[in-house]
Design a protein around this ligand. Structure first.
Ligand code: NAD
Length: 382
């Protein structure tokens, strides 16, 4: 069967959905692999390296001859519409926001697998691209902050005087936040963090951060912040307001603030108002990893650095965009492994045959046989 690896179309996207290493893995499964020329160029994987691993390099993928299409970003509706019925596609699909693409996949009869839907269970960890890419983004967020921060992160005791360590505050301690905590610690900063999930206090401590406990219980009917599958649930407006009020002194004390809070399928929660940023010291840096989904920080713009005036200078507010794509080589290495592992789960004797009795296959499938299988997306399309 023919697996195609596409050259990503979206401007600024440098990742690729396969690497020479995963081509070897797919070849060992009995699959043929065609890679669009220069598909890996932005990530440092040359056509020659793909060819050496046994892939054929083609100027353009021919939809009629593809059985499987591997991609990073959601397919454009016109690309989906050109695929043959029964083609299997694997990649991100943004089912909550890219509804025209989902509609086109269903209409074309594509069996599409959305990496956002891979269940967060131990068995599926090696296929969990949200986690692998969040790891890259969390690391990158700290480096972006460090480069803009006009001081050191670590403590230095020198003959010319002592430099105190930077105080880094991380809001949202999921996969990206924990990685940010670990990276800031490795750079020598003093790190504290907050999250609304009960389990996160231990997770923050395990990365060397100090957890900030906030008393958010305002006697609302359902004070639980835990949703299903280990995810957070959106706070009600009272508790969200109280969280912002309780966070304000911590934000004011931070030299560097990294925000990563998210609620699946929703706009990012607003954690930091303009007034809170205005309370920070001049020279401080705020990096909002949630900028592309609405932002945790009021006024943030994805892809832009803003200077927010404060007493004696300004605070830099960074709307981080394409953070994982900014580290394309390792981001692709992990992403390609996730994709190949999911494809391997559906492949036997050189044939890709999804088994919908397998819970990982069933949960990850977005469209199949002309309809949308993922219930929440199907509902949103009605
Ligand atoms: P995410 O990207 O959906 O959200 C990032 C973080 O923001 C989460 O920790 C969430 O609790 C937090 N958040 C939401 N609203 C907030 C608010 N108002 N204030 C502060 N923080 C807020 O999350 P994620 O990184 O994908 O991880 C979600 C969960 O899934 C975590 O518990 C993680 O440990 C778990 N997980 C499990 C597996 C697995 O078992 N295979 C894999 C990955 C992640």
């Amino acid at each position: 069967m023919q697996v195609g690896v596409r050259r990503e179309q979206r401007a600024g996207e440098r990742r690729v959905a396969a690497t020479p290493e995963t081509v070897l893995q797919l070849r060992a499964l009995g699959l043929d692999v065609a890679v669009e020329s220069n598909a890996g160029a932005g990530a440092g994987y040359a056509d020659a390296a793909f060819a050496a691993a046994g892939a054929s390099i083609v100027p353009e993928l021919i939809a009629e001859s593809l059985d499987v299409l591997l991609h990073v970003r959601p397919l454009e509706p016109e690309t989906a519409a050109g695929l043959r019925p029964g083609t299997v596609s694997i990649g991100f699909a943004s089912p909550a926001s890219e509804l025209p693409g989902v509609r086109a996949l269903a209409a074309a009869g594509v069996t599409s697998f959305a990496l956002e839907l891979v269940p967060r269970i131990s068995r599926a960890q090696s296929m969990d691209a949200l986690s692998s890419q969040s790891l890259v983004s969390g690391y990158r967020a700290v480096l972006e902050a460090a480069l803009r921060y006009p001081r050191f992160f670590p403590l230095y005791m020198t003959a010319a005087g002592t430099i105190p360590p930077a105080r880094v505050l991380v809001l949202g301690a999921g996969v990206a936040g924990l990685q940010a905590i670990g990276t800031a610690k490795r750079l020598g900063a003093r790190v504290s963090a907050n999250d609304i999930r009960a389990a996160s206090a231990d997770e923050v401590a395990s990365m060397g951060g100090t957890f900030i406990h906030l008393d958010l219980d305002t006697r609302t009917a359902d004070p639980s912040a835990e949703g299903s599958g280990g995810y957070a649930r959106e706070l009600g407006e009272d508790r969200a307001k109280r969280q912002r009020a309780l966070l304000a002194p911590h934000v004011a004390a931070a030299d560097v603030l990294i925000t990563t809070a998210a609620i699946p399928g929703r706009a990012a929660p607003l954690l930091v108002t303009t007034e809170m940023v205005a309370g920070m010291r001049a020279g401080s840096v705020v990096v909002d990893l949630a900028a592309e989904s609405g932002g945790n920080v009021e006024g943030v713009i994805a892809g832009r650095d803003l200077q927010i005036p404060v007493d004696g200078g300004s605070v830099t507010l960074v709307g981080l965009q394409d953070a994982a794509s900014a580290m394309p080589s390792d981001a692709s290495r992990l992403f390609a492994k996730n994709v190949a592992n999911l494809l391997a789960l559906m492949t036997a004797d050189g044939k890709v045959v999804p088994d919908f009795d397998d819970e990982v296959v069933a949960a990850s499938c977005l469209t199949h046989g002309g309809s949308v299988r993922h219930a929440a997306t199907a509902e949103a399309l009605e």
